[in-house]
Design a protein around this ligand. Structure first.
Ligand code: TRP
Length: 334
């Protein structure tokens, strides 16, 4: 009470469905942070225009992302959960920061080079200045902490550079934002095919989505790679078996895990039973989230209220920052 909380800000792309990797890697982190920080969580609808100029499905996707995040435990009364395009000041700060961003540094950004390769016919200026827009999102709230994955490290470094340049030229106003995660180690969410992590781009059938039906969850889990099992006690586990146990760690009870661990060590494990148990525990974990997200997604009245509430909080914060920014820049004529 009393002491001003530190500010956390992150953006969620409205493309793709949330999967278990997103849940344990990102969303669960947000949910924990909402208790201790002043949080701004934003659906990046403007960023999606850099790669998806066709907006036919945009509104649906934004609603789904909001619904999924709320179903996972984000509380629109505790955090500012909002849509990027509802904060018009974003565009203004983006413009100012663009004057402090150099063509050379933008062109050598990894994500720009990757996306340019993927869409050679649409290498638009928005794609080039994507990190500037992201810096505007963060700096608009003068956020210190940004919960993001490793792939966003370079964008954050650029945000710090833009902040430093602004502070140096016009006056100290922006903290230098750093990547941040709750707790020390991020849990591993391996894919079901024994290779890599769950990921929407690589292995859809080996990835469990929070929107998967019970049947689909069971089908995917039962297909997970196993073998004929250890023939001697205390055999080290191959990777793909280790992965199945890692997934159990996320959703099964300690007793269940203990039972299968000792079955394995005694060379008596039955992988059919192991997978059946994991499938049921996954269903028990995912089904309530899926059902909650489904009902929120279709509740237009509630979602409108969420977006309005989020926009009001985000705009209050953004307006405060931008009044100071204009003043520092000498753009306050009267
Ligand atoms: N670029 C981020 C991503 O691809 C999304 C994003 C947009 C973001 N604005 C942000 C992340 C601000 C953190 C802070 O996932």
């Amino acid at each position: 009470m009393g002491r001003k909380k530190e500010i956390v800000m992150s953006g969620i792309r409205p493309t793709g469905y949330l999967h278990l990797g997103n849940y344990f890697g990102a969303v669960r982190n947000y949910v924990r942070m909402q208790e201790e920080y002043d949080c701004f969580f934003m659906v990046a609808d403007l960023h999606s225009l850099t790669t998806h100029p066709d907006t036919k499905e945009l509104q649906d996707n934004v609603r789904r992302v909001l619904a999924e995040n709320i179903a996972c435990g984000l509380d629109p009364d505790k955090v500012a959960l909002y849509c990027q395009s509802h904060v018009r000041e974003t565009a203004e700060l983006y413009l100012f920061l663009n004057m402090l961003a150099y063509k050379g540094e933008l062109e050598k950004t990894t994500t720009f080079k990757d996306k340019a390769r993927l869409q050679p016919d649409n290498i638009n200026a928005g794609l080039l200045t994507y990190p500037v827009l992201q810096a505007a999102d963060i700096l608009l709230h003068r956020a210190s902490f940004v919960p993001v994955g490793k792939d966003q490290e370079q964008h954050l470094e650029m945000s710090r550079n833009f902040a430093k340049r602004f502070n140096h030229r016009y006056g100290e106003i922006f903290p230098e934002p750093v990547a941040f995660n709750f707790g020390d180690d991020l849990v591993k969410v391996p894919s079901l095919d024994g290779a890599g992590k769950m990921s929407k781009s690589e292995n859809q059938l080996a990835t469990l989505y929070l929107s998967d039906s019970d049947e689909l969850i069971r089908k995917k889990v039962m297909k997970a790679k196993t073998d004929s099992g250890p023939t001697e006690p205390n055999t080290p586990k191959p990777d793909y078996i280790e992965n199945i146990f890692s997934l159990m760690q996320l959703v099964s009870t300690a007793e269940v895990i203990q039972k299968f661990e000792s079955d394995y060590d005694n060379a008596q494990v039955r992988y059919g039973d192991l997978k059946k148990q994991l499938a049921e525990d996954m269903v028990r974990f995912i089904a309530p989230i899926r059902e909650k997200a489904e009902s929120i997604r279709h509740d237009d009245v509630y979602l409108k209220e969420v977006m309005e509430k989020g926009a009001a909080k985000a705009n209050a914060s953004a307006n405060g920052t931008m009044a100071s920014v204009r003043q520092l820049m000498g753009l306050n004529y009267y």
